[in-house]
Write a protein that binds this ligand. Structure first.
Ligand code: PLP
Length: 396
């Protein structure tokens, strides 16, 4: 009849979407200004003005057929060259356009990468808390997601647990830093430890294990925080990037996959990426957005607004007695629920029209995610509500 697996995926909307829909319904009842929706990761900082300028310029300078036509499947050469040069200038790498494959954002980058790398029964390790779609993407490629929990005390990677989870079937490991949902940035020390384990296991099993760096939040860090560039630490690294967050363009679907020359069997891997993109029907990434990226790569919107939001919330949470993971990047706070059931806590928060996401779908129960990519003004209006919530739980 139909694929029941696909039916179930389509019929069951994500927890985050459900909360978002609830928020819209509630706003119709009591007014938008009285609902404090912290559910979605939609950037609240506008795209840099250069993005709009470039679009205007492109519409004037290029013929419609050039602007809206197909590019080659791997992407526009000048765009890929601009990205390679930008990365080389920032990270001292040596990439060229031939290391890059343009995609429709990080989701596509990940789906293509998993499809390219894995065969049936291969395992892909993900660290909990994780972006819930990883499990969908990995399973869609026919592989098996294997979860490794971060340390409860600080949500950093538990290297011992990681090493134990690697088996002869492990094909890849996904690292997401800065992290959605925790906001944690993986330190250089942990990166080095993780890569040393991978090197050891590659030797032990006589096979390649790939490190997939999912990094849509790379530029979204606050203060003096380094996000190590993983290709410099481990040869078999594949980078899945997106401009959704850095350029605030999530609806325009643009990103890339980077396969460094150092990857074992570069030709084989790069061509498999091309094949996976083809078999998944991507054809090419949006042309106009590729041309925009050619001009705007390396820029971000004014992310100082995110820092301000984070700092206001952190200060308020400290006063309220709420505990969060060290949030160095992305635009999420991961708050410990004062009771075991985060769902129960989120239901209580709803009474104050605070919409928070329980952490169960991130594979790490007992927390809530707060997306602070919202207006600072909404945050300020919501602070008395957080106080009331804290009082209900006798935290203040
Ligand atoms: N990976 C992570 C960790 C994310 O948080 C997201 C989106 O929120 C994605 C991938 C997908 O991003 P994109 O919009 O570029 O497909």
């Amino acid at each position: 009849m139909v694929s029941m697996e696909m039916y179930e995926l389509g019929a069951k909307s994500s927890v985050i979407r459900e909360i978002f829909e609830f928020g819209k319904k509630r706003a119709a009842e009591i007014g938008k200004e009285n609902v404090y929706d912290y559910s979605l990761g939609n950037p609240s900082v506008p795209a840099p003005e250069k993005v709009n300028e470039t679009i205007r310029k492109l519409t004037q300078e290029l013929s419609p057929c050039e602007l809206h036509g197909y590019t080659s499947a791997v992407g526009d050469n000048a765009t890929r060259t601009a990205i390679a040069e930008n990365l080389n200038a920032r990270f001292g790498t040596n990439f060229t356009m031939n290391n890059l494959y343009m995609t429709c954002g990080a989701a596509a980058s990940l789906c293509i990468t998993f499809r390219a790398l894995t065969e049936k029964d291969d395992e892909v390790i993900i660290f909990a808390p994780y972006f819930p779609e990883y499990k969908v993407f990995i399973s869609a490629a026919g592989a098996k997601p294997v979860e490794v929990k971060c340390k409860a005390e600080d949500l950093t990677i538990d290297l011992e647990a990681f090493e134990k989870a690697i088996t002869p079937n492990t094909k890849a490991v996904v690292l997401n830093s800065p992290n959605n949902p925790s906001g944690v940035v993986v330190s250089e020390e942990i990166v080095k430890g993780l890569c040393a384990i991978l090197e050891k296991k590659q030797k032990e099993y006589g096979k390649s294990i790939f490190l997939v760096s999912d990094e849509p939040y790379r530029e979204l860090v606050y203060g003096d925080v380094e996000v190590p560039y993983l290709t410099k630490y481990y040869d078999n690294t594949i980078v899945c990037y997106s401009f959704s967050k850095s350029l605030s363009l999530p609806g325009d679907r643009i990103g890339y996959i980077l396969v460094p020359n150092e990857v074992e069997n570069f030709e084989l891997i790069y061509k498999s990426v091309c094949g996976a993109g083809r078999s998944l029907g991507y054809v090419c990434a949006p042309s106009m957005m590729q041309f925009v990226v050619r001009e705007c790569v390396g820029m971000t919107g004014d992310i100082s607004a995110y820092k301000m939001n984070r700092d206001i919330l952190l200060e308020a949470f400290e006063e309220c007695g709420f505990k969060t993971a060290k949030p160095d990047g992305a635009f999420y706070l991961f708050m410990k629920s004062p009771v075991d059931s985060a769902e129960e806590f989120c239901e209580s928060a709803k009474k104050y029209d605070l919409l928070l996401v329980p952490s169960d779908s991130f594979g790490f129960p007992g927390y809530v995610r707060i997306s602070y990519c919202v207006s600072t003004e909404m945050i300020e209006r919501s602070l008395p509500k957080f106080k009331e919530l804290a009082k209900e739980y006798n935290l203040i």
